[in-house]
Design a protein around this ligand. Structure first.
Ligand SMILES: [Fe+2]
Length: 188
């Protein structure tokens, strides 16, 4: 195992601990982004190790943020905690910067400076633009006690948000049929 593989392992364990504690992102959506990030990175010959660190850590602190009613701050909280984790495990600075850009740009609110950051943002969209992803999200909002109509409205807003972020032609092509069907389904 290379030192980078060890860091990926540590990041994965730490992210899973957060998920266990806060159930957010839900485990299905966590796995969807990790899997799709790797598929897209392989397809585009990008750095798969940066992408896996990006997809593991992009919502690293979203559970804590939600528990403190600070959802809007989850990107900054995840970025800062990831920086601390990666520095403590001696990831080289140029690689830290790439992973941090993946986190900062995963909602397209910061510029993608590396292809890996665009891949992470696109992988995140699969969490809401796939049937399994949306169903897992609705189960999760239900568990949190959100009412049905509110949950459907929330899911629809995530579908629209992610369709607006999706940028890679291969992903758009793959997800457009899902987008049309999910929109129809959620609009009722
Ligand atoms: Fe996020």
């Amino acid at each position: 195992m290379t030192s980078l593989d060890k860091i990926i392992d540590i990041a994965q364990k730490s992210a899973l601990e957060e998920i266990q504690k806060f159930d957010s992102p839900n485990i299905t959506q966590f796995e969807i982004a990790n899997e799709m990030g790797q598929k897209i990175a392989n397809n585009l010959k990008a750095d798969t190790q940066i992408v896996i660190l990006g997809t593991i850590l992009m919502d690293y602190k979203i559970g804590e943020a939600i528990s403190q009613n600070r959802l809007k701050e989850h990107i900054k909280m995840s970025r800062d905690a990831a920086e601390e984790l990666l520095k403590a495990n001696n990831l080289p600075e140029d690689q830290i910067n790439k992973v941090l850009n993946c986190i900062e740009g995963h909602h397209k609110t910061a510029q993608w400076k590396y292809p890996e950051a665009e891949i992470c943002a696109n992988a995140d969209c699969y969490r809401f633009l796939t049937y399994r992803g949306i169903i897992s999200f609705l189960v999760q909002t239900g568990k949190r006690g959100m009412g049905l109509d509110e949950s459907i409205k929330y899911a629809l807003s995530k579908v629209e948000e992610k369709w607006g972020i999706l940028s890679l032609p291969i992903c758009k092509q793959e997800l457009e049929p899902n987008y049309i069907i999910l929109k129809k389904l959620l609009e009722g």
